[in-house]
Design a protein around this ligand. Sequence first.
Ligand SMILES: [Ca+2]
Length: 81
Amino acid sequence: MIGYVQDAGPDGIYQTADDTPGFQDLILTNQTFKTTYQGSKNNRLVGFYQRNLKDEPQSTAGRFVPFTNPVKNVLIAAAPS
Ligand SMILES: [Ca+2]
C-alpha cells in the first residue's frame, strides 16, 4: 500500500498490501454577510462580515504517519471517523 493508511490491516504490519487505505477529509465552509443602512441622504452605514473555516482533522497524516500513530497524531486518533 502506497500513501496514507487507516491501519495496518489484518497482519498488523504497516506498508504491506493488506493495509486499510486512509481518507483525509477536508471541509471548507464560507459565510458572508453584508448589510447597509441609509441614515440620511448623505450618510450610509455599510457592514460586511466574512468567515472562512477549514476543518482538516487528519492534516498531519502521510506516508509514514498512519491514522493510528499515537505520538504524532494524538488529535487524529481522537477525531471521529
Ligand atoms: Ca498490513
